[in-house]
Design a protein around this ligand. Structure first.
Ligand SMILES: Nc1ncnc2c1ncn2[C@@H]1O[C@H](COP(=O)(O)OP(=O)(O)OP(=O)(O)O)[C@@H](O)[C@H]1O
Length: 255
């Protein structure tokens, strides 16, 4: 069994207009240290899968195990990074945002500060720690979110389209930074994106989902290319085309 195991996981939401099967029979096993990108068309259930692993939503069928133990709710062993920046606390400085989880865990101020500074540096923002979120650019806020998640030393990083709202240039820079940080920290990452190129640039494996209702894993493509990825290389193009074909079928109705 892998470090993370989703076994026959399903989710049916009960809403005002009836029930909706968001995810059906989703099974995947992730090795420790792997970077798994989950791709799929809008509404196929990607966020629902991530939310269940994060412990924000309970599966209605199947089970989820982290290091052999069932996931029953959120925990410090999982760090979550979202697309928006709303999850940063505006009344705290960037440094205090990074150290927030450490404060909750009761670490002394000096230790918190040293750890927060270390992660501020890791995301390339040394010297910017005294700024508040409203004084930071979108890219900087995403860096702070990543630093905050890492400062808590989670076993796995769960990232839901973290670069989705950024311009193409900032996005490319942050992709490169994340790839470097991943290599440095050896964290396991589950990364959701709509962007095929982003997935092929970052992942050790790309999972493509079938469209909903009842979104499920359709195929897993290993990306056996060295880092940093050369996006114009033949190998990259080959993987890109393979993933693109899988997504294309979902958009255009093939099954
Ligand atoms: N709390 C909820 N109650 C009812 N239905 C929900 C709820 N959350 C999600 N859904 C439905 O489940 C399906 C999957 O949603 P989800 O957000 O997981 O998709 P996604 O693949 O992440 O989409 P996107 O790429 O657009 O963010 C959608 O049809 C959505 O409307």
């Amino acid at each position: 069994m892998g470090f993370v195991a989703l076994e026959g996981v399903g989710k049916v939401f009960q809403g005002r207009t009836g029930s909706w099967e968001a995810v059906r029979d989703f099974t995947i096993s992730l090795e420790e240290g792997e970077f798994f990108c989950l791709l799929g068309t809008s509404g196929c259930g990607k966020t629902t899968v991530l939310n269940m692993l994060a412990g924000f939503e309970a599966p209605t069928s199947g089970r989820i195990l982290l290091d052999g133990k069932p996931v029953t709710g959120p925990g410090a062993d999982r760090g979550v990074v979202f697309q928006g920046h709303d999850s940063l606390y505006d009344w705290l400085t960037a440094l205090d945002n990074i150290g927030f989880g450490l404060r909750l865990r009761g670490l002394p101020r000096s230790e918190r500060r040293a750890t927060a500074e270390r992660f501020l540096k890791m995301v390339g923002l040394t010297g910017q720690g005294a700024k508040h979120p409203s004084e930071l650019s979108g890219g900087m806020k995403q860096r702070i979110q990543i630093a905050r998640a890492l400062a808590n030393d989670p076993r796995i990083l769960l990232m839901d389209e973290p670069f989705g709202a950024l311009d193409a240039m900032t996005r490319a820079v942050l992709q490169a930074e994340l790839s470097r940080i991943w290599a440095e920290t050896k964290k396991t990452v589950l990364f959701i994106t709509h962007d095929i190129e982003e997935a092929c640039a970052l992942a050790t494996r790309v999972g493509v989902m079938k469209r909903g209702p009842g979104g499920t894993l359709k195929a897993v493509v290993p990306v056996d290319l060295p880092f940093p990825r050369e996006r114009t290389s033949d190998g990259f193009m080959r993987v890109f085309r393979e993933v693109h074909a899988l997504i294309h079928e979902e958009i255009h109705g093939g099954h």
